[in-house]
Ligand binder design. Structure first.
Ligand SMILES: Nc1ncnc2c1ncn2[C@@H]1O[C@H](COP(=O)(O)OP(=O)(O)O)[C@@H](O)[C@H]1O
Ligand SMILES: [Mg+2]
Length: 334
């Protein structure tokens, strides 16, 4: 059986006056039906552009320069805009970090969800509102019928994110892209929203692409994880394997920077020294090399391929963590 989503060698570039940004530079990944795939990496490494390539919602100058995106048997690359519109919301839906920028402040939440339903289903306003109340109930909105007449500003940040999720679910997508869905929320609300996404995924048997910069969000919630750095996947593994025996030094560094609940608030969180490379002129050798404590001369000679001892656990590194002989070198980056 083939995967629900299969991306092969995707290249998404953004044309700008000073050159072209290779936001996504040869990404391959897959998501099985009902599976949650975590896509993790620091800010600016191409996670959002990967998600937006699936939705074909790219910023000005953005275009898919190569590769293939097959969703439920349909090739999305090259598909005309009017057909993509049917895929968007029907087969795949997205929720973003900040619900306030995606909700219309002048429209009741009931009408906003109903509009969404009517784009994809041939139903009258009344039925669309019934569906809106139903999905609001599904996302744990108290008294959903009465809330249909509320405006976004009348709701807390957590409830607004529930409305966004309800909107995304209103057409029963097979794949939900959740792009930093809790980054803008308080810690307790974050946990509630993540629990909600997890339970919805179980109940609706929907696949989820969970995008985050925070490894802590992934733990226990994703089946598999793809770690992204500078436009590329650098490690791919089942979540448990990744946490227990990560091979890429970048993954190791990301895991070391998870905030811990028992951590004293006056101790600085570990952050990876240095910065990701400029994606308009990416190096032809290992992109993480300048920041890597295991780097050797080899790492500046060529770019490591994504490969591994088993097809389930892949990594792009010449000196993987845990291999005999791999020793931390003095840090190269400042
Ligand atoms: N609207 C935009 N215009 C130009 N460049 C952009 C835009 N959005 C993102 N980029 C560039 O694309 C690269 C990947 O960005 P993005 O996918 O948003 O990263 P992430 O989601 O991992 O933080 C970055 O180098 C970023 O500067
Ligand atoms: Mg992003």
């Amino acid at each position: 059986m083939s995967a629900l989503l299969e991306i092969q060698d995707l290249k998404t570039y953004i044309r700008q006056r000073k050159g072209e940004v290779r936001a996504v530079d040869g990404v391959s990944l897959y998501i099985e039906e009902g599976e949650t795939l975590g896509l993790v990496g620091e800010s600016g490494c191409g996670k959002t552009m990967t998600g937006m390539s699936i939705m074909r919602l790219l910023p000005p100058g953005g275009y898919i320069a190569g590769g293939s995106i097959i969703l439920d048997g349909q090739q999305l690359v090259g598909m005309p805009e009017r057909e993509i519109r049917k895929v968007r919301g029907n087969d795949v839906a997205v929720i973003f970090q900040d619900p306030m920028t995606s909700l219309n402040p002048t429209m009741t939440i009931g009408n906003q969800i109903a509009e969404m339903v009517k784009i994809h289903r041939q139903v009258k306003q009344r039925e669309a509102l019934d569906r809106a109340a139903e999905v609001l109930g599904l996302v744990g909105m108290p008294n959903p019928r009465e809330r249909l007449k509320d405006y976004p500003h009348q709701l807390s940040g957590g409830l607004r994110q529930r409305v966004m999720i309800a909107m995304a679910l209103s057409c029963d997508p097979k794949l939900l892209i959740a792009d930093e869905p809790t980054t803008a929320l308080d810690v307790t609300i974050q946990l509630q929203i993540l629990e909600l996404l997890y339970s919805l995924k179980q109940r609706l048997r929907m696949a989820v692409l969970l995008i985050t910069h925070d490894m802590g969000v992934i733990a226990g919630r994703a089946d598999r994880v793809n770690v992204m750095y500078a436009g590329k996947i650098v490690e791919a593994a089942p979540t448990v394997d990744l946490f227990e025996s990560m091979r890429h030094p970048y993954t190791e560094a990301l895991l070391a920077s998870i905030p811990r609940l028992d951590q004293r608030t006056d101790t600085a969180l570990y952050s990876i020294p240095g910065l990701p490379p400029d994606l308009s002129h990416p190096p032809t050798w290992c992109r993480f090399q300048p920041r890597c404590r295991y780097a050797t001369a080899h790492c500046r000679e060529e770019e490591p391929e994504l490969a591994g001892d088993t097809p389930e656990h892949l990594y792009a590194c010449f000196n993987p963590v845990g291999r005999a002989g791999a020793r931390p070198q003095p840090a190269a980056a400042g």
